[in-house]
Design a protein around this ligand. Structure first.
Ligand code: NAD
Length: 340
């Protein structure tokens, strides 16, 4: 069944489990584990069909291989999805059954949180498996490291668009002020950036704007705002043939996964002279955080590693310029050199 999906190629393990007692219907995909066990969150979504769930898990696990490689941590890429409505179906029985499923793979896949799951949920999963990460109390929410990685990649972008790594006086537009976007806004406001915020939850955007001196715009309009750096921190697929011609930014650095609707949208951005930080590089701070939560937690070491994402972006830009290729292709090449 899995062979008919385009992203199945290259996967080393894809397995499904259905358990009537708990209601679990789940898929785990391990894309590549050459560098170490596959790591990636567990998503709970009411996928309309099993085909949609398979497509999502395969695409996401492949992305995790590139993310762990670019972040240079000793892991491969994996992902899990549970087909359920998190608001209605999520409970201890479902999560514990997922823990049994993860445990059955003997450590080839390490799970964590994602859309539809929280740190508390991962703790319930961990009742049944030693292969779960992201709830070390002293570490707090890994989204802080994700935001920090985005911030350091923005400083690298600022060198290109503003002439120095300082974000002071630059205008940054943030789409989505959730876990990542909110933390990012605080880091940028501390540095003196002018902020424009948008969220479908407008009340949340206004509260944050009050604290950071930002301006709030409609979530449909944020992509067209005049700014130095645009930060997609809500959804995937926002950079497309429809939206790219309307952008009024010089660089894009954000936390959202899968920002390009299609791979060729990277070339579209380059043609418009818009510097694009590959999403899995910009948002790799969270997975770096999980690595240290599982090995040896030291906040100074974590911060140093997350900060290095900005240096990696600088290398990507240099290679993109010398090879005249889009930044996304260069990041893919660096990751592939590491995991193949
Ligand atoms: P979140 O759910 O906490 O925040 C997303 C925010 O975007 C919410 O406030 C939501 O209301 C808003 N939003 C949704 N649709 C929108 C729209 N059309 N326009 C404007 N705002 C909209 O999620 P998060 O944890 O902050 O993650 C954000 C993105 O970053 C996701 O794509 C996620 O996969 C990715 N990501 C997150 C982490 C992490 O550590 N949290 C790590 C890697 C990648």
């Amino acid at each position: 069944m899995f062979e008919s999906f385009a992203d199945f190629a290259g996967h080393s393990l894809v397995t499904a489990r259905q358990d009537r007692a708990s209601g679990l219907k789940a898929i785990i995909a391990v894309h590549n584990d050459n560098r170490g066990p596959a790591i990636g969150g567990c998503r709970i979504l009411p996928y309309p069909t099993m085909g949609d769930a398979v497509r999502d898990v395969l695409r996401l696990s492949r992305g995790m291989t590139y993310k762990t490689a670019i972040a240079d941590i000793p892991y491969g890429g994996g992902k899990a999805v549970i087909v359920a409505d998190p608001r209605r179906d999520k409970g201890d029985a479902l999560l514990e059954a997922m823990g049994d499923f993860v445990e059955s793979l003997g450590g080839r896949y390490i799970t964590s949180f994602d859309s539809g799951t929280t740190m508390d949920d991962v703790q319930v999963i961990a009742r049944r498996t030693g292969h779960a990460a992201g709830f070390l109390p002293e570490a707090g929410n890994a989204s802080g490291s994700t935001a920090l990685g985005v911030y350091h990649c923005m400083r690298t972008a600022a060198e290109r668009v503003g002439g120095s790594a300082s974000l002071d006086g630059l205008t940054v537009a943030i789409q989505g002020v959730g876990n990542v976007g909110e933390r990012l806004a605080h880091l940028l406001s501390r540095d003196g950036a002018n902020l424009i915020l948008a969220d479908v939850d407008t009340a949340k955007a206004h509260v944050l704007a009050e604290a950071t001196g930002a301006r709030v715009v409609d979530s449909a309009a944020i992509l067209r705002e005049h700014c130095d750096i645009l930060a997609p921190c809500a959804l995937g697929g926002v950079l497309s043939s429809a939206t790219i011609p309307e952008l009024n930014t010089r660089a894009i650095v954000g936390g959202a996964n899968n920002q390009l609707a299609l791979p060729e949208d990277g070339a579209r951005l380059a043609e418009r002279g818009i510097l694009y930080c590959p999403d899995y590089l910009a948002n790799a701070g969270g997975i770096i955080d999980l690595h240290y939560q599982r090995s040896h937690w030291d906040p100074v070491v974590v911060e140093r590693h997350v900060t290095s994402l900005g240096e990696t972006f600088r290398e990507v830009i240099a290679r993109a310029e010398s090879e005249k290729r889009p930044t996304g292709e260069i990041a893919d090449s660096i990751a592939e050199e590491r995991f193949r």
